[in-house]
Design a protein around this ligand. Structure first.
Ligand code: SF4
Length: 114
């Protein structure tokens, strides 16, 4: 099964608006829906904290502790599509940085449930 990691927006989740914590990201991963091209095994979650400086080091640490390198990393739909958008970075730029740093492809988004 494909191994995936998810990086989500802590600010959005803490707002309690649109994501009460039922983790539709997990549902989409399990069923291979939305931005997941097949049923996928989520090997770790990374919470982004403003202003985003923890994303790279925490991803590195998660891979070290889990001893698993994911096949692909997804940015959650709240990270890529919330309004107002992230004031600190463009998801595309952070995705490029992750790809450069770890050699792992990043997909923008997880689910498309309403
Ligand atoms: S830096 Fe941007 S993506 Fe990260 S928690 Fe803050 S608002 Fe969300």
């Amino acid at each position: 099964m494909k191994k995936v990691a998810v990086i989500y927006c802590g600010r959005y989740v803490d707002s309690g608006y649109g994501c009460p914590g039922e983790w539709r990201c997990l549902k989409a991963a399990a069923l291979g829906e939305g931005k997941f091209d097949q049923p996928s095994n989520v090997v770790f979650w990374i919470r982004c904290e403003c202003p985003g400086k923890t994303v790279i080091p925490n991803t590195k640490m998660a891979m070290k502790l889990s001893e698993i390198k994911p096949d692909v990393i997804h940015f959650s739909s709240c990270l890529t599509g919330s309004f107002p958008p992230c004031p600190y970075y463009k998801p595309e730029d952070m995705a490029e940085k992750i790809k450069e740093t770890f050699g792992i492809e990043v997909i923008l988004g997880t689910h498309e449930y309403k």
